[in-house]
Ligand binder design. Structure first.
Ligand SMILES: Cc1ncc(COP(=O)(O)O)c(C=O)c1O
Length: 460
């Protein structure tokens, strides 16, 4: 039996109840799981409980968690202050279908923290936020097209599901009507000259949208200079700038990436941390743009002159309560500082593992996110004199590691007791500890050795 099969066999020995759930899921759930990234063979995770930086499955197996609710859990699992806020709000009912005091307070916190948030409109997810921001931009400018950047993820809905995985010019899903992709111009980021060419050549562009961290919360880093340059460019062409801060919001700084890098977008999209790890999202930005929702007063628009936006659960009370409790803690700066510190230590420890074993790769990532890049191009490895030479900013490389390598990485890491977010990256919370770093570093080392044995990663 190979090392991998025996590891797999012993993993399954302690996954009896998980296997039963998987069997039941296979009979009831479309696609067997609730989110594409949750699918995992031989059996997905069925989590029963989380606390701080750890979680436990239905069989009692423990994991160091770097998925952290897909990036929503800045304070870690089961933060007592957030839980108490939800408990208190719940006592008055879970949903009214009306606006309510917590809704207004939540919006005020967002306005206070996010530099560009003159106005706030809540939705239910990050995907809804990006679609609503795009609708607003089209309505405000009277133009239909969007500029976006290769590899940047903006949710799963029809309008934006393409363009985030290589090949970047292919469709993102079956079932999207033909022509949707044609309303987007998708180009590599970092190239301001190219962005200017596109804007100069096409006066139908309403907005440029991007993740201000670079694609996939910094997997493909971009520089603050690019953000500043794009701000100037879009302004000079009368094109709106939309920051997708669904991951970076309230993580990169209390006011998001826009505050950290000092760039004011016209519109921004938030979710995840915004709602205290409850369902929720928001579009925020210029008052004159969000005024397009107005139905009364000086800015009254009839139904043909305004942006329609409905949604049963917009700004739901429990999400508002959790969001307020979390944003109050974010406002102190403490949780972000702690999460960043832990991440720096984790990155250093994991990078030291690669160094110790001379593996062609490196660990990187801004703020409290981390990514691992393994170089598999034999020519680049041959030509490198140190691991430093392998650093790259090429989106096709950073997002295009062989699927077999990525999938074995995820499998081994999980077999060794660590859950990560997507590809070879994860997010860190303020609740992760030194012990989490130590345990996950051991798991990472075993993972890397397993990858080397399977000839998926290489030595310098
Ligand atoms: C940058 C970015 N935008 C949008 C989304 C979509 O958010 P949601 O999953 O809440 O729809 C995500 C989700 O991970 C994201 O990372």
């Amino acid at each position: 039996m190979s090392a991998l099969s025996s590891l797999s066999a012993s993993y399954m020995e302690t996954r009896g109840r998980s296997s039963e759930y998987f069997e039941r899921a296979s009979r009831v759930l479309g696609g067997k799981v609730g989110h594409d990234l949750r699918y995992f063979e031989p059996v997905p995770l069925y989590i029963q409980k989380g606390k701080a930086g750890r979680k436990w499955d239905v069989d009692g197996n423990e994991y160091v968690d770097f998925l952290m609710g897909n990036g929503a859990l800045l304070l870690g699992h089961a933060d007592p202050i957030v839980l108490e806020a939800i408990r208190q709000a719940m006592g008055s009912g879970t949903h009214f279908g009306n606006d309510h005091p917590l809704h207004i307070e939540w919006a005020e916190w967002v306005q206070k923290l996010v530099p560009s948030a003159e106005r706030v409109r809540f939705v239910n997810s990050g995907s809804e936020a990006t679609m609503l921001a795009i609708r607003l931009a089209r309505a405000f400018t009277g133009r239909s097209k969007l500029l976006r950047f290769e590899g940047h993820f903006h949710g799963w809905l029809d309008g934006v599901v393409h363009g985030f995985q290589p090949p970047f010019d292919s469709d993102g899903s079956l079932g999207v009507p033909p022509g949707v992709r044609e309303s987007f111009v998708t180009i590599p980021d970092r190239d301001l000259g190219l962005a200017e060419q596109v804007l100069a050549a096409d006066n139908r562009i309403a907005a440029a949208i991007l993740e201000p961290s670079g694609a996939s919360w910094g997997r493909v880093p971009i520089s603050p200079e690019f953000l500043h340059g794009l701000r100037e460019l879009t302004e000079s062409y009368g094109v709106l700038l939309i920051f997708d801060e669904v991951v970076t919001g309230f993580r990169f700084s209390p006011g998001g990436a826009q505050q950290l890098y000092g760039v004011m977008p016209d519109l921004s999209c938030f979710a995840k941390i915004l709602a205290g790890a409850m369902p929720g999202g928001a579009v925020v930005g210029r008052a004159d743009v969000l005024e397009l929702f107005d139905q009364t007063g000086d800015a009254r628009h009839d139904r043909f002159e305004r942006v329609a936006h409905l949604g049963t659960f917009n700004a739901a009370p429990l999400s508002a309560a959790a969001g307020i409790a979390l944003l109050k803690q974010v406002a102190t700066g403490g949780p972000i500082h702690r999460a960043n510190e832990v991440t720096r230590k984790l990155q250093a420890a994991w990078d030291a593992v690669l160094d110790k074993h001379g593996i062609a790769g490196y660990v990187y990532g801004p703020c409290s996110t981390f990514h691992v890049y393994f170089e598999t191009d034999k020519r680049r490895i041959r030509e490198a004199t140190s691991r430093q030479d392998l650093h790259t900013s090429d989106a096709k490389r950073l997002k295009g590691m062989p699927l077999q390598l990525v999938s074995l990485y995820q499998r081994l890491l999980r077999y060794h007791g660590v859950d990560n977010m997507s590809s070879t990256g994860g997010v860190v919370s303020a609740a992760h500890t030194e012990r989490d770093i130590e345990d996950s570093t051991r798991a990472f080392e075993m993972t890397v050795l397993g990858l080397r044995e399977a000839r998926q990663v290489f030595s310098l």
